[in-house]
Design a protein around this ligand. Structure first.
Ligand SMILES: [Ca+2]
Length: 461
């Protein structure tokens, strides 16, 4: 299990849509630019789409065509949130950067008028840099994370939202094949069903991050994509509300993902993922998952139990569920899991916690956010919204994820003991899991590959 971070962002409730809840933080396990880049890099299609001259006006074969966006500023709702925006600054350094960026943008096809309108009220936002630098590392246990992702309140709100949007979600499901409860779960995870869509002026936030430079090239690319969205007439700069890191709307698309996947499902000519009406945002999410390879009729995964004598040598295999059943992996009802295709065994808290068989659609959810915790959160919340109960197995007492520094120490100690993790980066990837399993096997432990604090303690001795 990869370690995950929770960026706590306190956002004002923007509407009274969802029942008040204490969960103001985004459930993206990592709201860090690094990980946002992971999403952006997930598909070559995005790369293609961000080349400004070749941005698609359609979303691909078999998917609903995005209608040619029409400029109808008069119909756009007034930006009531403009008053609450933090006041941007224009320092001499920022102004010099802006002058240079303007030239680069114009060369890449942004009309000067569009650029100047976008930056009319935009500038440097110190608050964005503050948030970028002050990201604390939270290490929740997987159980605690899933408890937040699928809290009773989030489940209840999700069921209510799914009822409210039933016709829209059914139409989206017919079009893209992604079930209503999964789309609703992404909505719940990303913005608490639209109540936390972000409180930043997108252009200012991206310009700040592009100028400040820590990941300047990435954010300049996002900023160019944002300008292209404005040029297409889908919305106005003042309506482009986003998180401090540039994730926009109900399901938190970054601009390049928007260009590649956003659709106009309401048919008004605008791909409007920022409005109170979540229709376009929800359809865009389904379009994204469909393009990432979502298989109709296939679940993301299912909770399973392992037989007492389960041989953990098989834990990293990919097998058909009927095959898994022969090895002692069965559904919670004791029956073999249905054959929806090859499945991997997921042990998010190791041998002593809940176990899952996950199918291809689990990896499709990970294209939205490359983390097992996130995909499990979406999948489980989705199941709960669709009527399922809580997980049956218990999470191990006192279980928690390793902090980044601890993960580095674990990698160092494993490598020193002759189980190379092929580098020490503090991220638990396949090489580290492999090394853990080899160490566990040699030490006579169940080879579940789980990087637990107990394992680290053992290696320290
Ligand atoms: Ca629309």
């Amino acid at each position: 299990m990869r370690q995950f971070l929770l960026a706590l962002t306190v956002l004002p409730a923007l509407s009274g849509m969802a029942r008040a809840e204490n969960l103001n933080e985004s459930l993206r396990p990592a709201a860090r630019p690094d990980d946002i880049r992971l999403v952006a890099d997930a598909s070559q299609a995005i790369e293609t789409a961000t080349r400004l001259s070749t941005a698609p006006t359609t979303v691909g074969p078999g998917l609903r065509r995005s209608l040619r966006p029409v400029k109808r500023p008069a119909e756009l709702k007034p930006a009531s949130f403009r008053q609450s925006l933090p006041e941007p600054e224009r320092t001499p350094g920022f102004s010099r950067w802006l002058e240079g960026f303007r030239k680069r943008a114009v060369i890449q096809g942004i009309e000067a008028g569009v650029f100047d309108a976008a930056f009319a009220r935009a500038g440097f936002l110190p608050k964005v840099i503050e948030r970028d630098r002050n990201q604390s590392e939270f290490t929740l246990s997987m159980g605690a994370y899933l408890g937040r992702a699928a809290s009773d309140t989030r489940v209840e709100n999700g069921r209510e939202k799914a009822r409210e949007q039933a016709r829209t979600l059914a139409a989206i499901e017919r079009e893209y094949g992604v079930p209503a409860h999964i789309v609703t779960a992404v909505w719940g995870m990303e913005s608490n069903y639209g109540s936390n869509r972000g409180d930043m002026h997108l252009i200012s936030a991206l310009a700040t991050l592009a100028y400040e430079g820590r990941r300047g090239a990435f954010f300049e690319k996002q900023l160019l994509a944002a300008l292209q969205i404005l040029q297409s007439g889908d919305t106005t700069a003042d309506l482009m509300r986003a998180s401090w890191a540039g994730a926009m709307g109900h399901t938190q698309f970054i601009p390049t993902s928007y260009l590649a996947y956003a659709v106009d499902f309401t048919g008004d000519g605008r791909r409007d993922i920022w409005s109170d009406d979540p229709t376009d945002a929800l359809a865009s999410t389904a379009a994204y998952l469909a393009r990432a390879g979502w298989v109709r009729g296939m679940p993301w995964g299912v909770e399973v139990k392992l037989s007492d004598g389960f041989n953990y040598d098989h834990a990293a295999d990919k097998r058909m569920p009927s095959d898994w059943a022969r090895l002692g992996v069965r559904g919670m009802d004791g029956q073999p899991v249905s054959d929806y295709g090859a499945a991997k065994l997921l042990l998010p808290a190791g041998a002593n916690g809940p176990a899952f068989l996950v199918f291809k659609n689990f990896d499709v959810i990970k294209r939205y956010n490359a983390s097992n915790a996130y995909a499990l959160g979406v999948g489980h919340l989705g199941d709960r919204i669709a009527g399922a109960g809580p997980l049956i197995s218990q999470w191990p007492e006192g279980e928690r994820s390793l902090r980044r520094a601890e993960a580095r120490e674990l990698q160092t100690l494993l490598t020193r003991s002759g189980y190379s993790t092929r580098g020490v980066d503090g991220r638990i990837g396949p090489n580290t899991v492999k090394a853990i399993r080899a160490y566990q096997k040699a030490s006579g432990m169940p080879a579940d590959g789980h990087p637990s604090p107990a394992l680290l303690d053992r290696l320290r001795r």
